[in-house]
Design a protein around this ligand. Structure first.
Ligand code: GLA
Ligand code: ZN
Length: 677
């Protein structure tokens, strides 16, 4: 058990389970015993209880009914099932909205919503806060000492914003604090003399609105930060109530690259991250790109705390909310689940155990169908995976260790969203990130997705695609990373604005970065979608799309030039030796990815970044990932290529489930192997 970072002190296996809503079946409680029987057959060791169950727990204000969770906890204890207990704030009872309308959310047009749906509460409402703290306390007190309780799950996929007066007041206080109660500081950072939008005092501040202020970028980005801060504050409020009675770890389920909340900030409130993964598998053009994108999302979630995470939700078969709800083909759910583990998850969990009979999610995939029995394809695949995960227990607590990082910031997402310029709608920051990620991923090189304010110490390579927001301080930290021997890759649109979206004066990329890269980016050309520009580099011809920046090179070595347009023959790809390190600058967006692949390949070789399989080719569409710890190394090979594959390995490995020794791997369509080195 040494050298392993288990998420739970008292659980050393992979978690296998998911959302369980017994309250929907309280009129037929015999089904709960059938659930226990079936869960055993499915090899479930965990159930997530209580998501959206407030109206069951507190049917009327101050009237409580814990009979459902009591019954399930008792059964869980008897059956050795662990419970992840959710707090119910994701949806509120009807009485609350009736009696306390302020608990409902107010939209940006300042209209308050009617009761309905979920995720519809105001994060600032004192009544809502009082009510949630109360019910959380009761839950914590009641179940803290159950041996079945594994951890706490706060709310569900927290998201959204509220524009009510309570929230506006909290925003005013947030601004006061940020700008030291000095309105002129705010006026300067928000550049409010533009269009005569000056503020005389903080009281005048209003959240951005479709019917009001929405053009002041300093305001819009501060509002998004406020929404994050207020959500985190609400989360802390919920957690404090739990902690009064229970010290079990706390998580909340995130949504990957959801843009509404800065997940780096939110993650600080919990002990570990969990997330809900619903990929678009079975695409007509194949799943290679999607597999890499999902890999990147797992890595982003893991990097939030640089710690293993839980896959809190995934579907055993299909979802019901996409435009096209296709079935996962046989084997796909298994490799999709193993992919999460390969990237640092210590669980495979589903939404949901049993299909609900009515309402909007009745056709969403579940382990148990309306049919109700175990002889279905989906149930069999789930049970088989459960059995396999039991044999993979030793993987739990081992880690994904990365020497390369990509900078990925919610601040930049928001500023690029607001920016009027470049391609106005859709700057494709995610695509730019994935372009670089894919080149590492393809080679089986582990990558973290870190924030610009995180530590750079553990990395040899940092890629900063479209790093539009960069304050002088961050520029200085990047400079010292390179000075000490790191390799940095910057691209077009780098370090143009400060943290308040105010343009840097004196040249881009800002401050010391011009020395680090040995150049200045002077103008940025945006192309029409059907246009492209030729690139000459590495003795080959490549193609740029979307963006071409024009550079004034000072000290950098020119490695590539534009091959067309009025900037033909001017530099578009450079490297600069700075201190003990190197800084590459890519001034254009690579159209096909072949240029980026070559660049990342060279850098990875130069910095000797560890790869999953040394010196052997990984077939396109096969994920190869390493998890390690306690002196053991596990190699995951997952075939998303859409056809069968055979590949040479860099030595002899043991197939964990069978004990077979292999030095080359055969992977059928949608097949996967977990090997021990
Ligand atoms: C989200 C929610 C679940 C459920 C699923 C359906 O992840 O957390 O409650 O609605 O989506 O895919
Ligand atoms: Zn509000």
């Amino acid at each position: 058990m040494e050298n392993k970072n288990y998420l739970f002190p008292d659980f050393d296996k992979l978690i296998f389970g998911g959302d369980y809503n017994p309250e929907q079946w309280r009129h037929t409680p015999e089904i709960w015993d059938e659930d226990m029987r079936l869960m055993k057959l499915a090899h479930w060791n965990e159930a997530t209880l209580g998501v959206f169950s407030w109206a069951e727990l507190e049917p009327q204000e101050g009237v409580y009914d814990f009979s459902v969770p009591d019954a399930i906890f008792e059964k869980a204890e008897k059956n050795g099932l662990k419970i992840i207990l959710a707090t119910p704030s994701g949806a509120k009872p009807r009485w609350m909205a009736e009696k306390y309308p302020e608990t409902m959310r107010t939209a940006d047009d300042r209209h308050r919503a009617l009761y309905g749906r979920r995720h519809n509460h105001c994060f600032s409402s004192p009544v809502y806060r009082e009510k949630i703290a109360n019910i959380n306390r009761l839950l914590a007190k009641r179940y803290a000492h159950s041996p079945a309780l594994l951890c706490w799950h706060i709310s569900n996929e927290v998201n959204g914003e509220c524009h009510c007066e309570h929230c506006r007041r909290a925003f005013v206080e947030f601004l006061r604090k940020k700008y030291d109660n000095d309105i002129e500081k705010l006026n300067l950072q928000w550049w409010t003399r533009f269009w005569s939008h000056r503020y005389d005092n903080f009281e005048q501040a209003e959240p951005p609105s479709s019917i009001g202020e929405n053009a002041v970028h300093g305001l819009t980005i501060d509002w998004k930060r406020f929404v994050t801060a207020q959500t985190a504050d609400f989360m802390k409020h919920e957690i404090a109530a739990i902690k009064e009675y229970s010290q079990k770890p706390i998580t909340t389920n995130l949504m990957g690259f959801f843009t509404g909340i800065d997940y780096r900030e939110l993650a600080k409130t919990v002990d570990f991250v969990s997330w809900d993964n619903y990929p678009n598998w079975e695409l007509p053009w194949g799943d290679v790109g999607q597999a890499s994108w999902i890999g990147m999302t797992h890595d982003c979630m893991r990097s939030l705390k640089r710690k293993n995470f839980l896959l809190m939700e995934s579907t055993p078969s299909l979802v019901n909310w996409k435009d096209i709800n296709k079935l996962a083909r046989p084997g796909k759910m298994r490799i999709s689940s193993l992919q999460a583990i390969a990237h640092g998850s210590d669980s495979v969990q589903y939404f949901q155990w049993r299909k609900s009979r009515g309402s909007s999610e009745k056709l969403h995939g579940a382990v148990v169908d309306h049919y109700g029995k175990e002889d279905t394809r989906v149930f069999s695949e789930v049970a088989a995976l459960g059995e396999e995960l039991e044999k993979l227990s030793a993987v739990a607590g081992t880690e994904v260790i990365s020497k390369a990082a990509i900078l990925y910031d919610w601040d930049t997402i928001w500023a690029l969203q607001d920016m009027q310029g470049m391609q106005k709608n859709g700057k494709k920051y995610g695509e730019a990130t994935h372009l670089h990620y894919g080149a590492f991923h393809r080679r089986g090189i582990n990558v973290d997705l870190i924030g610009r304010k995180d530590s750079y110490d553990e990395y040899d390579v940092i890629v900063a695609p479209m790093m539009y927001i960069c304050e002088e301080e961050t520029a200085g930290r990047l400079a010292s990373f390179v000075r000490q021997g790191g390799t940095l890759v910057g691209t077009y649109a780098m370090a143009q604005v400060n943290e308040n979206d105010l343009c840097h004066l004196g040249g881009w990329p800002c401050g010391v970065l011009m020395d680090v890269f040995g150049l200045r980016a002077e103008e940025l050309d945006t192309l029409y979608p059907e246009e492209s520009v030729k690139i000459n580099a590495y003795g080959e011809e490549y193609t740029a799309k979307d963006y071409c920046e024009i550079l004034k090179v000072k000290d950098a070595t020119v490695l590539g030039t534009y091959g067309s347009e009025f900037y033909k023959n001017t530099p578009c790809f450079t490297v600069n030796e700075y201190g003990k390190g190197k800084a590459y600058y890519v001034a254009f967006r690579d159209k096909s990815g072949t240029f980026t692949d070559k660049l990342i390949g060279e850098i990875s070789a130069d910095k000797k970044l560890p790869t999953a399989i040394n010196g052997k080719e990984i077939p396109k569409g096969v994920t190869a990932k390493i998890r390690e710890g306690a002196g053991e190394k596990y190699l995951f090979l997952l075939n998303f290529s859409g056809k069968e594959q055979t590949m040479e390995l860099d030595g002899e490995y043991t197939v964990i489930t069978t004990g077979e020794k292999i030095s080359s791997a055969y992977l059928p369509l949608n097949g996967g192997l977990v090997l021990k080195a």
